[in-house]
Design a protein around this ligand. Structure first.
Ligand code: HEM
Ligand code: HEM
Length: 196
């Protein structure tokens, strides 16, 4: 598998980041939704700290992913793709990037405006990106939650489109975002008259 994206496949860096970020988003969503209902306790503080550290890691990975995509290019549309489908896919991917930045940034903003400290896996502190403000904290918290549910909707549409391409249109759209399977070796060639 190639490192860089080619004209017809995503390379392994783009593939790894795509599926790793999906897994991290699923965990962040679950942790976010469950931690807000926890009773104040050391376990709750741990849960918040881990949610924030993993969320900040995701923010860095998304920046890396976008930079890599701009550097390594992207494959051409699968042959036969109508222009409207190409436009819809581009628009959806752009909106997914906007949300992948807006959600962690609004979390960071909420944290800063609420006056909470911010650490990355207890290793170092990160600066506040805004001063304390209740109004700003409320706004940031709303962007965080609404952004998350918008992301869920958009990912469902995006994954649905990928599965439609795979099972109904039977084209290579999904396969080119997955590791390439090695071709099975062909049948053993027999020389006429048995073993040479
Ligand atoms: C893409 C990454 C992230 C996702 C998908 C995500 C998702 C969520 C979700 C679903 C909630 C529950 C909201 C609710 O129902 O009230 C939540 C809450 C929260 N998140 Fe995130 N989050 C992310 C990144 C971050 C980051 C980077 C920070 C801080 C640096 C952060 C800080 C918080 C805080 C403080 C809450 C609690 C909000 C409240 O109590 O109202 N999140 N997050
Ligand atoms: C089960 C879930 C998912 C499936 C089946 C899926 C499938 C795919 C496929 C097949 C492509 C390649 C499209 C093409 O070559 O034209 C793709 C690209 C892309 N996907 Fe997903 N995806 C899923 C989840 C996600 C999630 C959670 C995000 C981000 C929130 C995301 C964001 C993107 C983006 C931005 C691209 C464009 C390529 C890039 O910049 O990395 N996908 N996806």
């Amino acid at each position: 598998m190639t490192l860089r994206n080619t004209g017809h496949r995503w390379g392994w860096v783009s593939q790894l980041l795509h599926w790793l970020i999906l897994a991290m988003l699923a965990w962040l969503g679950w942790r976010g939704l469950t931690m807000v209902d926890m009773d104040p306790s050391p376990a709750m503080i741990e849960a918040y700290a881990l949610h924030k550290s993993v969320g900040l890691t995701l923010l860095a990975l998304v920046a890396l992913r976008l930079a890599w995509r701009l550097f390594a290019g992207s494959p051409r549309p699968v042959p036969g793709t109508p222009t409207w489908q190409k436009r819809m896919a581009d628009l959806t991917h752009a909106a997914l990037y906007v949300l992948m930045f807006a959600i962690p940034l609004s979390g960071w903003l909420f944290n800063s405006a609420s006056g909470y400290p911010l650490q990355w896996f207890k290793l170092f502190n990160l600066p506040a990106i805004a001063g304390s403000s209740e109004a700003l904290a409320d706004l940031a918290s709303q962007v965080h939650v609404v952004g998350f549910w918008l992301l869920v909707l958009l990912v469902a549409a995006h994954a649905g489109a990928a599965l439609y391409h795979h099972f109904v249109q039977r084209d290579d759209t999904l396969r080119r975002m997955l590791p390439q399977r090695r071709r099975a070796p062909g049948p053993i060639q027999q020389t006429p008259g048995g073993m040479a």
